[in-house]
Design a protein around this ligand. Structure first.
Ligand code: SAH
Ligand code: TYD
Ligand code: ZN
Length: 408
């Protein structure tokens, strides 16, 4: 773990605006028999006074997070599968229609997006360091390099496969502190008129919804158009398009091209002006966010304590990485939630990091249903509530905490 008082992008001073205290690794589910001490770090977030990039104050070494044990499988949500099928189709229509096109995806995970590209017979490469999911992608016939993408990786890919028409990263770029190396790599690998497209949680949505659970070890950066534009310009790249996405609680898909290669869309200017009006870079906004986080914690904890005192059976639903911040920051343990239901086999039978609540398969949730379930996978609310219709029919109630604490 390294102390990091200066901006990873520009060397400017990072002004801290929230400290969650000691936190465990968000995706390190603990075996009940484990005697190994858990890894903890200080989770705090700040904004660079020079380039406005919001970032964690401390970095967790990448091999601690992304390795053969990494449990997150992107294909676990039907809605996300559909989302990535659409992304792939759009690339095939608009960017990968020349002779022998080539696409590189950073963080391809289990191949949720690239399977459509591979199915279309288009040249592709997924770069994925986590063996658990890289192996799943490779087994389904996708070309995968089990590795971290960085500048040296990009040089090797260029030598072996030539330039990329599209470089794509979903929910991955924000995971990577060493951005200079990444963007030098992108600059090296991108074809002259190629695009670098990435989608990640949008800081404006995090502030608007006080979705503080987006802040955890793996989410190192929290992008805005303004900070992305500055970051791109340092590497000869230009922000040429942006698009809001409803997935994962509010994201933006950014399109970068070589400076001058493409005409920026009107949407870029419109969204930049919108950000300015929201006062996203003003310290008063960040202070308001900080006090909203504290009130949210207090409201959630008092609701759960009241339900416990009334003898209700309350569980969690979705052992998300996001829930690690909620559970550990709010001090919620097994005395308030008897278990967390999750469909991921690699998480089941283990304990949530730090808070040590058992993770159980959805079958347990259904027999018998609890009285209340805290929806930690609130970004998949529609899909989960539709899957679990019978829970409500049986008198069960969902507890949500974004954008405020509520019972459905
Ligand atoms: N794109 C998928 C996966 C997101 S999870 C989706 O949107 O669902 C983030 C992924 O990034 C993990 O699979 C992790 O192993 C991978 N990752 C982390 N650092 C990386 C790097 N330097 N290069 C490529 N992938 C990386
Ligand atoms: P997600 O919110 O996508 O990501 P993160 O871990 O980054 O916060 O995680 C969703 C989790 O919820 C994942 O562990 C799978 C689980 N899940 C279910 O248990 N049932 C479902 O129907 C869905 C869609 C997800
Ligand atoms: Zn900076």
């Amino acid at each position: 773990m390294q102390q990091k008082p200066l901006c990873q992008l520009c060397g400017g001073e990072v002004q801290e605006f929230f400290d969650f205290g000691r936190q465990p690794l968000s995706d390190r589910f603990v075996a009940p028999t484990s005697t190994e001490p858990e890894f903890f770090y200080r989770l705090a977030v700040g904004m660079c006074e020079a380039c406005t990039m919001v970032q964690l104050m401390e970095e967790v070494p990448r091999d601690q997070m992304f390795n053969a044990e990494y449990p997150y499988h992107s294909s676990g949500s039907r809605v996300m599968q559909e989302h990535f099928t659409q992304v792939a189709r759009r690339f095939l229509e608009t960017e990968l229609n020349g002779p022998d096109p080539f696409i590189v995806e950073l963080g391809c995970n289990d191949g949720v997006m690239l399977k459509t590209i591979a199915g279309a017979g288009v040249r592709h490469l997924g770069v994925e360091p986590s063996g658990s999911v890289a192996d799943v992608a490779a087994a389904s016939g996708i070309q995968v390099r089990k590795d971290f993408f960085e500048e040296s990786t990009a040089t090797e890919i260029l030598t072996g496969d030539g330039p990329a028409d599209v470089i794509y990263a979903a929910n991955t770029l924000c995971h990577i502190p060493y951005m200079d190396s990444i963007l030098r790599g992108v600059h090296t690998l991108l074809a002259p008129n190629g695009v670098f497209v990435f989608e990640d949680p949008y800081f404006a949505d995090i502030v608007a919804r006080t979705s503080f659970d987006q802040i955890y070890d793996e989410h190192f950066y929290f992008f805005t158009l303004r900070s992305v534009r500055t970051m791109a310009a340092r590497h000869g790249l230009e922000l040429v398009d942006a698009e809001r996405l409803p997935v994962h609680g509010g994201e933006v898909r950014y399109t970068l091209a070589r400076a001058g290669a493409r005409q920026p869309s009107a949407e870029v200017a419109r969204m930049l002006a919108e950000e300015e009006a929201q006062g996203l870079t003003e310290f008063a906004t960040l202070e308001r966010f900080a006090s909203a986080v504290e009130s949210r914690r207090d409201e959630l904890v008092s609701l759960l304590r009241r339900l416990r005192d009334e003898g209700k059976h309350v569980v969690g639903y979705g052992a998300t990485a996001k829930s690690a911040t909620v559970l550990n920051y709010c001090g919620i343990g097994e005395e308030l939630l008897s278990y967390v239901s999750d469909s991921t086999p690699a998480k089941q039978g283990r304990l949530t990091p730090g808070s040590h609540i058992p993770v159980m398969p959805p079958e347990q949730f259904r027999s018998p249903y609890p009285d209340y379930a805290v929806l930690f996978a609130w970004n998949h609310a529609e899909e989960i509530m539709a899957n679990e219709e019978e829970f409500r029919a049986a008198g069960g109630r969902w507890i949500g905490y974004v954008p405020h604490v509520h019972v459905v």
